[in-house]
Design a protein around this ligand. Structure first.
Ligand SMILES: [Ca+2]
Ligand SMILES: [Ca+2]
Ligand SMILES: [Ca+2]
Length: 252
């Protein structure tokens, strides 16, 4: 039987934690008695895969490594934060409200630039002549950039790609490239979003953006995170993107 008071790494801490054992001249509770940098007198290092201070909690589990979020939830990704928050420094941070300019000239309106793809928060607005589109009925559409436009006319006028009819959902346009799969939870559980892959630059690498379930720009997007509706005779059905919604077309 080895000596419970042995201090093999000579850091002043013996391996035993037994209160009934006396180890004169030594402290106790060394949870790694071959590593001199690990003992109950140490401060937890948050990224070395060691329980440096021997409290049974390693790295991010350790209270010393918990972020100070001032009442906001902790997080590892934006999709896990409440709506209108983003994840930064492992804390959910509130999105700032974008500045909407007063567009002074007659016929001008403020048009959103969309969301910051890294946070999903709305960015800035710019002024442009909206007369032609203001004269058309309001029928909101959502761009792939996460901007909601008054109507398709205005989206076309600013060269935005329409993702679907109706306003954008919270976090549409958020980058989900780091998500491991195209799962429905990559953009937040129950958020009504899927992680859509798209080519922004022809021949470039695809990017992924959170997009409303069922919304599509090309046939390749379908079924766009939604279950296939309807059925055809074996093998004859093809998913098509028609007016930004997926539809099953039978007979090819
Ligand atoms: Ca020791
Ligand atoms: Ca550690
Ligand atoms: Ca620890």
């Amino acid at each position: 039987v080895s000596d419970p008071c042995a201090d093999r790494d000579q850091d002043g801490y013996a391996q035993t934690s037994d209160l009934t054992v006396q180890c004169p001249g030594k402290l106790k509770g060394d949870c790694a008695d071959t590593v001199a940098s690990v003992n109950p007198g140490r401060v937890e290092v948050c990224d070395n895969n060691l329980d440096d201070n021997c409290d049974g909690k390693t790295d991010l589990e350790d209270p010393n490594c918990q972020p100070m979020c001032f009442g906001n939830p902790t997080c590892t990704r934006t999709a896990a934060c409440p709506t209108d928050f983003y994840c930064s420094g492992r804390c959910c941070q509130v999105c700032s409200t974008p500045y909407v300019p007063q567009c002074g000239q007659w016929g001008q309106c403020a048009v959103p630039r969309g969301v910051d793809t890294s946070t999903g928060c709305a960015t800035s607005f710019f002024c442009r002549d909206c007369t032609a589109c203001d004269s058309q009925p309001e029928a909101k559409v959502c761009g792939t950039n996460g901007a909601t436009y008054r109507n398709r006319c205005l989206a076309d006028a600013v060269s935005a790609t329409v993702a679907h009819e109706g306003p954008c959902l919270p976090r549409e346009g958020l980058d989900c490239t780091s998500a491991e799969t195209f799962s429905l939870t990559a953009c937040g559980a129950g958020a009504g979003l899927y992680c859509r892959e798209q080519l922004i630059v022809p021949g470039g690498l695809p990017v992924r953006r959170c997009t409303q379930v069922g919304a599509c720009v090309t046939d390749a997007d379908c079924p766009a995170g939604a279950p296939v509706q309807g059925s055809c005779d074996a093998g004859s059905g093809v998913q098509r993107c028609v007016n930004n919604a997926c539809a099953l077309r039978c007979g090819g």
